[in-house]
Design a protein around this ligand. Sequence first.
Ligand SMILES: Cc1cc2nc3c(=O)[nH]c(=O)nc-3n(C[C@H](O)[C@H](O)[C@H](O)COP(=O)(O)OP(=O)(O)OC[C@H]3O[C@@H](n4cnc5c(N)ncnc54)[C@H](O)[C@@H]3O)c2cc1C
Length: 436
Amino acid sequence: MTSPMYDVVVVGAGPAGSAAAITAARAGARVALIERGIYPGAKSVYGGVMYLKVLDRILPKWREEIPFERWITKRQTMVLNGSTSVTLIYHDENWGQDPYNGVTCLRSNFDSWLASKAQMEGVDLITATTVVDVKFQKEPSAPVLGVILSNSDHAVGCKSVILAEGALSLLADRLGLSSPNKSQHLTLGVKEVLKLDAATINERFGVTYDQGVDIEILGGLSPLVGGAFLYTNRDTISVGAIVSLESLKRHQVRAEHALEQIKLHPSIKPLIKFSTQVEYLAHLIPEGGWQDRGTLMDQGVYVAGDAASSTLAAGMWLEGVNYAIEMGITAGEHAVRYAKGDSVGDASRLYQDAVKRSFVGKNLKKLRYAPEVMLSEPIQRTLPIVLNKSIGSLFTVTDPLPKPGVTKAIFSAIKEAHVAVVPTVKALLKTIWSFK
Ligand SMILES: Cc1cc2nc3c(=O)[nH]c(=O)nc-3n(C[C@H](O)[C@H](O)[C@H](O)COP(=O)(O)OP(=O)(O)OC[C@H]3O[C@@H](n4cnc5c(N)ncnc54)[C@H](O)[C@@H]3O)c2cc1C
């Protein structure tokens, strides 16, 4: 039998796929990276902020090289209710310097850059073609034969495949590797990119040249449940809403409606005033995390990134790119070992163990109840009301009446939210526990 053309074929040139391809090629494998878009990033959708310390492992000079927009120096959590809001702001000028923290990047630029790094390692990047199937041999010791592309009748031969195809994970579903519950935990993200000149952004958000702001938003989406975000790029703003599919179905409301509500809120509207829409995007997010990871490896096929539900969606944290990269690196390392002769059983166990030991496995496991808690009634409805009403009542001067005091302000707000005290306190404790 002739030797296959590649040791490893990676499906999808998103963050997981390119990181996997770089890692596998460096370990001496012949690698193909196949992307259905006309270039890497052409089909990518995300909110806008990345945490890239994970790249130190494969590209230690990334800080000088990435096509970035702004380094995040202000993180805010804004809780909306009616026409009011309460905002927690954390400002750290040091985040604007090496080693940095978060960074806004446009995915078309970032994904192309990361894939170009794979090409520099000798990876064959094949674009504008979709992998439609994976072919298997009969013998269990060398199961993968290759992949079938949408524009060719011939299989591209390989010894192992990494599925880094993102949230929809059609191939992983077809091969029975996805969790059967994944679709129950999908949310839909809709996002607009709004053009606004850099000087206006700097003035409005209180930042300078390459400093940026990350605002995570809770509340303001009623009757839908979910969250929203606003991030500053160099001369654009990304504003979006992420809503549960279940609530969209239940209320028969479109996700765009939720985004419009956010844009019209008195605390958001002035931030985006006089901007013009340049892009409108929508995409699914797999929020099930650890419980929805499915089968991570079988018969020489590895699953990495959002295809394995690796995004951490836990309210104050929306991190998918760094998790996808870490899982891609791990899949790249292990797929090479498998291509060089590890048995299926060993390889599967070794990959699953490595993912479990990484920050991806540890954080997703630790925070496994957080996504559900964040979408629950007490967080989505009660918290925004109680927080806004109690802070509002404390900050409103009541002369000639005496001030209400903190406890009275909180209990009156709980009463106004029409919820009982005991369940509210229980929900609060559950939330704290799920973030422990
Ligand atoms: C609205 C929204 C906001 C988000 N905000 C953030 C954020 O601010 N920060 C953050 O870190 N994460 C965020 N995320 C999550 C983040 O986008 C994902 O976690 C990350 O993109 C996952 O990377 P990936 O490589 O696994 O998949 P993807 O980025 O989805 O890449 C998959 C690639 O595979 C290609 N592909 C798919 N199927 C095939 C096929 N059969 N053949 C060939 N190519 C194929 C696709 O075209 C794509 O290029 C957000 C997601 C959404 C939807």
